[in-house]
Design a binder for this molecule. Structure first.
Ligand code: AHR
Length: 501
């Protein structure tokens, strides 16, 4: 039987609230008819949909990455600032879509500010370079008296935005990326751009592009080469990973969290090997700035096949199942187990495009199944992540990842209040019993909710029917120094309670 052992003194480290980030790219209907739809009944005076903003708040999103994604690698940010009526549409080559430039840097940053969300900006290192990047940074963060800061002020925004987090390009290892580079070329450019950006504003944090997935041929050597150029300049290395059920291989899909864990550990090893060579005390952390379930291989025809589109086309609007919600919950378990190294993470994306929130033009925004584990974890995971020992449990054979544990778990405790959150996945089709040990500490589980891969009558949500949502966890029994938890088959459960030494 699986045993989970916890003690409040054994901590991984503080949960960086930026792990509950998401992503807004100029792609399909993420921006237009997603967050922004001036004709919508709930639109505010700036044209942003209130219903979407309210669901974003309910989702618990702390940070938004913008404007791409592949989109950023051919973006001219200057074309999307200043009077809207003077902005010209451009053909975005990444998604072969005409971008109307109605929403640009100011509109996005002011939206974040109104909603209390931290922005994370990306600069174009595909078709552009240092000059455009430092110009954009100065536009965003500069004080009055220099060209780009004064342009921002002339455009109606006096106060600098103070954007802290900056991505040095996007997926530059990917041959699909506009302006794709090899690791040496990109590493040099990232170092030079990063250095110049920190001359403009030394308070920023920089993210170098890591691998677009662990399956890239260059994985490992890419991270090492890039960091050998820019280790001293950057703060984070990015990771991107999307998971899907392929060829009916449910076990491998349910084991995706283990694949994500191996990916994190390998990137940490690559980064630390460069740190060791440099005899550096600095530790590079991870910006997992794109993660999700995405039926990329099985449903997406590939961007090269797309005809040129206009007017917010429907691109990669995946519909998520009950099973997908369990996998998203399990991926969150992996992220929370590694908060010592994962500083930033973005569920990609926020609205319509592989997203937890969906809209119809003129219609009401609604929640996909995957909304629920994210919202629950973002609400409950407070304070410090604990070192959770999961022992004695069964394993499950998978074709893709070998044997994976059936039960996975992460926990957080709030040092101020002693509030405990325990997130547990059961990847198997059988109910699981778990003994929760807390030697030398006092623990109580007060309740919990679960997302199930098989919720009666609710396989997915629809615009007009949100039948799927969290259900009550199975009963918990408190014994003599032990707590017994029961996990429903193929489920992700969030327990809440207290833990103190
Ligand atoms: O999130 C969708 C796309 O996936 C992003 O534009 C790109 O960075 C990744 O390949």
């Amino acid at each position: 039987m699986t045993t989970i052992t916890l003690h409040p003194d054994f901590r991984v480290g503080p949960v960086d609230r930026r792990v509950f980030g998401s992503f807004v790219e100029h792609l399909g209907r993420c921006v237009y008819t997603g967050i922004y739809e001036p004709d919508h009944a709930t639109a505010d005076e700036f044209g942003f949909r209130r219903d979407v903003a309210d669901l974003t708040r309910e989702l618990g999103v702390t940070m938004l990455r913008y404007p791409g994604g592949n989109f950023v690698s051919n973006y001219t940010w200057e074309d999307a600032v200043g009077p809207v009526e003077q902005r010209k549409p451009f053909l975005d080559l990444a998604w072969r879509t005409v971008e109307p430039n109605l929403v640009g840097t100011d509109e996005f940053l002011q939206y974040c500010e109104r909603e209390g969300i931290e922005p994370m900006m990306a600069v174009n290192l595909g078709t552009r370079g240092i000059d455009a990047a430092i110009g954009l940074l100065e536009y965003c963060n500069g004080e009055a008296g220099t060209k780009w800061a004064d342009m921002r002020i002339a455009n109606g925004r006096e106060k600098p935005y103070g954007v802290k987090l900056w991505c040095l390009g996007n997926e530059m290892d990917g041959p699909w990326q506009i302006g794709h580079k090899n690791a040496d070329e990109y590493g040099r450019l990232a170092a030079a751009t990063g250095r110049a950006m920190k001359q403009v504003d030394p308070s920023i944090e920089l993210v170098a592009c890591g691998s677009s997935s662990m399956m890239m041929d260059t994985f490992g050597s890419w991270e090492r080469t890039v960091l050998s150029h820019c280790y001293d300049v950057v703060d984070h290395i990015s990771m991107h990973a999307y998971y899907e059920e392929l060829d009916g291989d449910r076990a491998s899909f349910l084991g995706s969290g283990t694949a994500m864990e191996k990916f994190v550990e390998r990137v940490v090893a690559s980064a630390d090997s460069i740190g060791a060579e440099k005899r550096s005390d600095k530790r590079i952390t991870i910006s997992f700035d794109e993660w999700n379930v995405w039926y990329l291989v099985s449903r997406f025809p590939g961007e090269a096949n797309l005809p040129v589109q206009r007017d917010a086309p429907r691109i990669i609007e995946d519909r998520y199942s009950a099973l997908d919600a369990v996998v998203v919950g399990d991926l969150l378990v992996t992220l929370l187990r590694h908060t010592d190294r994962v500083a930033v993470a973005c569920l990609a994306q926020l609205v319509n495009v592989i997203a937890p929130i969906m809209t119809e033009p003129g219609g009401e925004a609604w929640r996909q199944t995957t909304f629920h584990p994210f919202a629950t974890a973002a609400r409950l995971a407070q304070g410090d992540a604990l070192q959770v020992q999961v022992t004695d449990g069964p394993v499950m054979a998978t074709d893709k990842h070998g044997d994976v544990p059936v039960v996975t778990a992460a926990a957080t405790v709030d040092p101020e209040t002693g509030a405990l959150a325990l997130f547990v996945t059961n990847r198997s089709a059988a109910e699981q019993t778990v003994t929760l040990r807390h030697p030398g500490a006092t623990a109580r589980i007060e309740g919990g909710t679960a997302v199930l891969a098989d919720q009666a009558g609710a396989r997915e949500n629809q615009a007009d029917a949100e039948a799927y949502g969290p259900v009550d966890a199975l009963p918990v029994a408190h014994g003599d120094g032990l707590i017994t938890l029961t996990l429903a088959p193929e489920s992700w459960t969030a327990f809440h309670g207290t833990l103190s030494a």
